[in-house]
Design a protein around this ligand. Structure first.
Ligand SMILES: [Zn+2]
Length: 450
């Protein structure tokens, strides 16, 4: 229990890095008001309303049967349940885009959105759809973590019991898997498993055992756990940031690529050789620092936060000083990829603003610092891809009042806006510096934690 507590604390500290200051919330249902950040109760979202693994597979196969535009492949199986990891490819354009959803099992809206979008792209006849398919090759892994998405019963494997979902996969570490357990990602609670978005490796072809013993920073209190911190001279990638300097001595917390899920996604990514990379997640209770109603009524919930990876070139700009405390950017991205990352994120904000006041125009952003075991920071440098993180509110823990339809809708709009503006070239008209005008998300304590 003690260790679990420690790890969860450590993981929370990392995943919250870059958020703004935290303000106190008030307690529970008493504070519920439409438009405010709290749900009427903590059971406001029912996981049974989402597609389970079997249903998702059936839906994808059905779309595939009705259309000759898409290719559906099983690229792996989850570590614990052995459920399929699917990959969909659609379009045959020059711009390659790679998109993954639900790497955290309890963040399900992206997978739902993809089913809706595939229905449109695979069978739609509009000029817009045609333009997207002519100009983009889109590779999607709809659900990276089937173990977490379908966590049923006490061990995640049961066929009866409550569908619970959880962040981690279910994969027990075994002797010989790695020299130490990855302190960034391994959950040592009742059911073992990994945080897959801490498991990617920036080192091409890396396998556990390739590393030097002294790359590991072993925890004093828990000597079986360590962080893999790789000296920059052992990173074989070129520094592409125009500053030409690597601001780090070592990369902290590099992943081990130990799980079949991260291995399948890495292979899918390298095959796709993307110019653009998108990953979809959940955010907890964040609010817009200055609500549109000027402080009358409850604070407005951020419908989602976005985050673009960028390098020291932008991290060093005046006004971007918040990046200083979470890192100095990702120096392995070119000037071009950095600019396109900012444009990729800002264009979704532009789309959301078109919906007008209140519901969808509450986008915030995260301060950026590299998480070296994450999909974006480990893989984008491999192909110099621009990147985008979606963090759509209240799909899982600290559940809020956003209905499933709302979280899916903002995702569908964001993905479609992205496809359209890459396809018609208008993404290049986005002023990348507008990205930094988006407010930083402000954290707020959950009343349900008390
Ligand atoms: Zn997540």
């Amino acid at each position: 229990m003690h260790r679990r507590q420690f790890l969860r604390t450590g993981i929370a500290a990392v995943s919250l890095a870059g958020l703004g200051s935290t303000v106190s919330g008030q307690s529970g249902g008493r504070d519920y008001r439409p438009g405010g950040p709290w749900a009427p109760n903590e059971r406001a979202i029912n996981y049974n309303a989402y597609l389970d693994n079997e249903e998702l597979g059936k839906r994808l196969q059905k779309i595939d049967r009705r259309s000759d535009r898409m290719e559906l492949d099983q690229i792996g199986a989850s570590a614990g349940r052995g459920d399929p990891i699917w990959e969909v490819t659609i379009g045959d354009g020059d711009e390659s885009l790679h998109l993954i959803n639900q790497i955290h099992g309890d963040e399900p809206s992206g997978a739902e959105a993809v089913v809706k979008i595939l229905n449109r792209l695979a069978t739609g006849g509009s000029r817009q759809v045609e333009e997207i398919l002519d100009n983009l090759t889109i590779t999607i892994v709809p659900r990276v973590n089937p173990d977490g998405a379908n966590f049923v019963g006490d061990d995640g494997l049961g066929t009866d019991g409550e569908l619970r979902q959880r962040r981690y996969n279910i994969n027990a570490w075994e002797e010989g898997d790695s020299r130490y357990l990855n302190a960034q990602s391994y959950y040592s609670g009742d059911v073992p498993g990994y945080d897959l978005n801490r498991g990617f490796s920036i080192l091409p072809g890396f396998e556990p055992g390739d590393e030097d013993e002294d790359w590991w920073s072993v925890l004093d209190d828990f000597p079986e756990f360590g962080y893999l911190n790789v000296p920059v001279e052992d990173i074989s990638l070129d520094v592409r940031d125009p500053s030409g300097e690597n601001p780090y001595d070592e990369l902290f917390g590099v992943g081990l690529n130990l799980n079949p899920e991260t291995q399948a996604v890495t292979e899918s990514f390298l095959d796709a050789d993307p110019d653009w990379a998108i990953t979809h997640h959940h955010q907890g209770a964040n609010v817009v620092p200055e609500s549109p109603d000027k402080g009358n009524g409850p604070q407005w919930q951020s419908i989602m936060s976005v985050m673009a990876p960028f390098g020291p070139r932008y991290a060093g700009l005046e006004g971007v000083d918040y990046a200083g405390y979470v890192g100095s950017g990702n120096p392995y991205l070119s000037e071009d990829a950095q600019r396109r990352s900012l444009q990729l994120n800002q264009l979704v904000n532009e789309r959301a603003q078109q919906f007008g006041k209140g519901k969808f125009n509450t986008l915030t952003r995260y301060g950026y610092g590299p998480l070296w075991g994450s999909y974006l920071d480990a893989l984008c440098p491999r192909t110099d891809a621009a990147g985008m993180l979606y963090e759509v509110s209240h799909q899982s823990d600290e559940r809020g009042h956003k209905a499933i339809g709302t979280t899916v809708k903002i995702t569908v709009e964001g993905f479609m806006a992205t496809f359209e503006r890459i396809a018609d070239g208008s993404i290049s008209e986005v002023d990348e510096l507008d990205y930094f005008d988006m407010p930083l998300a402000q954290g707020i304590d959950s009343p349900f934690d008390r």
